[in-house]
Design a protein around this ligand. Structure first.
Ligand SMILES: NC(=O)c1ccc[n+]([C@@H]2O[C@H](COP(=O)([O-])OP(=O)(O)OC[C@H]3O[C@@H](n4cnc5c(N)ncnc54)[C@H](O)[C@@H]3O)[C@@H](O)[C@H]2O)c1
Length: 336
């Protein structure tokens, strides 16, 4: 069925892939992207479709209730998908205010507008709301696991999830939430682990690894995240949560060594730096609900996705330069 989408945060990493996937896959779907273009959002990222006849871009903030109301009144959307967020854990440790403003207040504004206009709301959340697992355990979080977020970023995401669930139950407004593991792929801002390590290694700079490097993350290729969201919006059950994961757990040190191998750079570039506060040891999701109920399967094998990502960053040094030129205050390293 043809859909008219409002995609918020679509000039960022995952949102831009989602827009590409929708425009490529559905010949009649239309997309309006609302994005504030923070340091993490860039017109360069969505340049391929800025002149696309089924795409439009609006510069603006999801916390701006008047703007959101104007957009919702002038177009009849079928779904709002919210990628807009402050998404960098290390930044949240330095200043949590923008995280609560965008990740909680912004979600409330969007959801109220969806309620008034009877439009389905899909919220993109994160595995970090569940907190950490211990190293060596085989336990994975299900959608029923209690929340135990540790960073201000994860706390802001958990607050938004809780708000949506409570408000949705009260009003019967149609919504879905997905909680995904770590994404990787082209167009990820080079403060996140994989693009940061690639860009530093390409410049033959030291690669900073927190603590002992034994921090396990569960990696998913970005396009697979986008197909899961599309499936959830089209066929998911309202009010339901869906975990998204490809079950590919790897520790940071092994991952960085694999990247160095692909880049043909020496492991001597690895430098261990002091650990970050409350650093979560392991994240792992049980995504069997999504597979069982909606038949989703990730398509990209990890080794292939990583090779493709490395090749993309090698070929797009101009994009990296352009996006980094906008800010000079990137923290050293993070996991998500
Ligand atoms: N990257 C991951 O590995 C990952 C994993 C699981 C979940 N998530 C979630 O997915 C979503 C997207 O993540 P991402 O990695 O693409 O983030 P990103 O930081 O690359 O992009 C965020 C986008 O939101 C925009 N934005 C920020 N504040 C805004 C505001 N107030 N109004 C309008 N636009 C605003 C930015 O300009 C940017 O374009 C986030 O909600 C994040 O929590 C990310």
């Amino acid at each position: 069925m043809t859909k008219s989408w409002l995609v918020t945060g679509g000039a960022g990493f995952i949102g831009s892939h989602f827009i590409t996937m929708i425009l490529d896959t559905y010949p009649d779907d239309t997309v309006l992207c609302l994005d504030k273009l923070t340091y993490a959002g860039h017109l360069e990222t969505i340049a391929p479709f800025l002149r696309h006849p089924r795409f439009a871009f609006v510069l603006g903030d999801i916390t701006d209730g008047e703007l959101v109301e104007t957009l919702m009144s002038t177009r009849q959307f079928d779904a709002v998908v919210n990628f807009a967020a402050e998404s960098h854990v290390d930044r949240s440790l330095q200043n949590a205010d923008p995280f609560y403003k965008t990740n909680v207040e912004g979600v409330k504004v969007l959801f109220s507008a969806c309620e008034r206009h009877h439009v389905h709301f899909h919220h993109v959340s994160t595995d970090e709301v569940y907190g950490a697992l211990s190293l060596g355990s085989t336990h994975k979080f299900t959608e029923g696991s209690p929340l135990n977020p540790t960073s201000p970023y994860a706390k802001s995401k958990a607050l938004a999830d809780a708000y949506l669930i409570a408000q949705g139950e009260k009003t019967g407004q149609s919504f879905t939430i997905s909680r995904c593991s770590n994404n990787y792929g082209p167009y990820q801002y080079p403060e996140k682990l994989i693009p940061l390590m690639i860009t530093k290694a390409l410049r033959h700079e030291a690669l900073p690894i927190y603590g002992d490097g034994r921090y396990v993350r569960d990696w998913l290729y970005v396009r697979d995240h986008c197909t899961a969201i599309d499936l959830i919006v089209r066929h998911g059950q309202s009010g339901r949560l869906y975990n998204i994961s490809a079950n590919h757990e790897v520790d940071n040190l092994s991952l960085v060594k694999q990247l160095l191998g692909l880049l043909e750079k020496p492991e001597s570039l690895i430098t261990f730096v002091s650990d970050r506060l409350n650093h979560d040891r392991r994240y792992a999701l049980d995504a069997s609900r999504l597979k069982r109920e909606l038949g989703w399967k990730p398509q990209m094998p990890f080794d292939e996705g990583l090779k493709h990502t490395v090749a993309w960053y090698m070929a797009h040094s101009e994009w990296v330069k352009a996006v980094l030129a906008k800010t000079s205050t990137s923290p050293q390293q993070t996991l998500k």
